[in-house]
Ligand binder design. Sequence first.
Ligand code: BG6
Length: 273
Amino acid sequence: MSKIVYDELPLIIIKHNLFDAIFSLQGAQLLHWQPKSARSPVIWLSQNSLFKKGKAIRGGIPICWPWFGNSNQKDHPAHGFARNELWQLTKTVIKDDIVSCTFMLTENEVTLSLFPHEFKLYLIAELGEKCKLTLRAEVNFESTVALHSYFEVTSIQSTLVSGLGEIYCDKLATENIPQKIGSMTFDQEVDRIYQQPELVQTVMDGQRSIRLSQHNVTDIVTWNPWIDKAKKMADLTGDSYQQFVCVESAHLQHSFTSFNKPINELQVIIESL
Ligand code: BG6
């Protein structure tokens, strides 16, 4: 395990017998994970991503907290501040079959100006043949959350995601009809919140399957910007929308944390099959 600085951001590089991985300390964001059994990375990272202090990294698994999407307050960053802040790596355990890293974020001047509450947010990452991510939030206030995972696919047009359930809220005006109930394919921009997902989703691109097992996740968000929106995003290249699909593990319908339930966890286990 080593630490480097890439442009403005510190990165943790892990090379293990069973996998390679990279984390950014900004956002406690997993940028790369590839088990040795997989022919290509499971997690997608944009070649055009910025590595600048306070700017979200495009790709990997950004943590959206303490709100998902746009805040109702002007000038507050989309998807919260957790992905823009520098976290601390507080614990590392290295074993033959697993590397476990605990990252922590707590309030500071910037977060208090956006969200006037003390909090502790932990990401516990257990990496090996599988990738298990547990997010734990401790705060006496309402929050929503998503692990905004970008998965690498050979082509978005040949990708099918199953296990989403049938009920979804479409964040776009256009319609993309699911090809099969509970599964979806992609032929245009997609931005949906599936509100009754199954416990397991599978992302299939014709070459391999990625299995996601969810715990305490109430919603799954599916997102791909497609060509026109991708062209307008400086941190994506023109055709890179073809190489990823976002399948996000979220807790949006009810508050993830609140006065009544100030400590909560969600978890996703990712496997490349
Ligand atoms: C998704 C949202 O989770 O993230 C989309 O549902 C949003 O509406 C997308 O466009 C990307 O967000 P950002 O802030 O990383 O560009």
